[in-house]
Design a protein around this ligand. Sequence first.
Ligand SMILES: *[C@@H]1O[C@H](CO)[C@@H](O)[C@H](O)[C@H]1NC(C)=O
Ligand SMILES: *[C@@H]1O[C@H](CO)[C@@H](O)[C@H](O)[C@H]1NC(C)=O
Ligand SMILES: *[C@@H]1O[C@H](CO)[C@@H](O)[C@H](O)[C@H]1NC(C)=O
Length: 212
Amino acid sequence: MNLKLLLFIFPTVVSTDIIVELLKIAPADTPQCFREFRQLIKCVEPHEALINSALETVNEETVYNIGFMNKALQIGRNVSECLGHNFTCDGTKLVVYGLDYADYIGKKVYGDVFHCFINAQTFELLQICQRDTYEPGPTNQVEDVTVVNNITNTLFECVARKMYSTPSCTVDRIVSLYQAGKALIDAAFEFYRWNAKYPVEWEYDAGKYCDN
Ligand SMILES: *[C@@H]1O[C@H](CO)[C@@H](O)[C@H](O)[C@H]1NC(C)=O
Ligand SMILES: *[C@@H]1O[C@H](CO)[C@@H](O)[C@H](O)[C@H]1NC(C)=O
Ligand SMILES: *[C@@H]1O[C@H](CO)[C@@H](O)[C@H](O)[C@H]1NC(C)=O
C-alpha cells in the first residue's frame, strides 16, 4: 500500500449501506461485542437513510463542499454523542475513534481555514507534491511509523511551501491544515495497521497536535 492509498482511504467507500459496513468493521462475535454492536446500530439507525445517501454522494469533489461536509460531520457528532466512549471491543472502539478524528479534522478544515483549503486546491497540491517527493521504498515501509512520519513531513512541507502563494493561506491557517493533515495520516495509519491485523490501541488524543 502506498501513501496515495493511505491518504485516500477515507473516501474509499466499498458499499453504500452503513449497516453492512458496520457489520464488517464490528463483528458481533462474542456476547459483549454483540451488545456493543447492538448499541452501535441503535445510535446509527435514526440516521441510516441520511448516511447512506451521503455515502452514495461522497467523492473527491464533495470534499470542497462545505455544506455537505458540515452536515455529514454533524451526523457523526450526533452518533458519537449517542455512543459514548465506553466500548471494549476492537470494532466498536474503531468506530468511536474514527468519529473523534473526523470531528477534530472536520472542525479544523471546515472552519476558519476553509477558504485557504479550497483556494489553494489542497488535494491537487497533495497529488503534485506526492509525485514530486515520494520515492518508492520497500513495500512494507508504511508499517514503520518513523518512515511514515518522514514521508508525511516531506510531503506536507512541499504542500505548505506551495500554499504560501495563495493569499487566503495565512501562516496560522497553514499550521491548522498541517495539524489536520497529521491527524488524518495518524488515523489512516492506525486503520491500516488494524486492517493488517497489528495490535492497535485506539486512543485518540487531540493534545498531541499542539491544540490550544
Ligand atoms: C443532531 O443533534 C442536534 C441536537 O440534538 C439536533 O438539533 C440535530 O437535528 C441533529 N442532526 C442530525 C443530522 O441528526
Ligand atoms: C463502562 O463499562 C464498564 C464495563 O462494561 C462498566 O463497568 C462501567 O460502569 C461503564 N461505565 C459507564 C460510564 O457506562
Ligand atoms: C527521511 O527522508 C529523507 C529523504 O528521503 C532521507 O534522506 C532520510 O534519511 C530519511 N530519514 C529517516 C529517519 O528515515
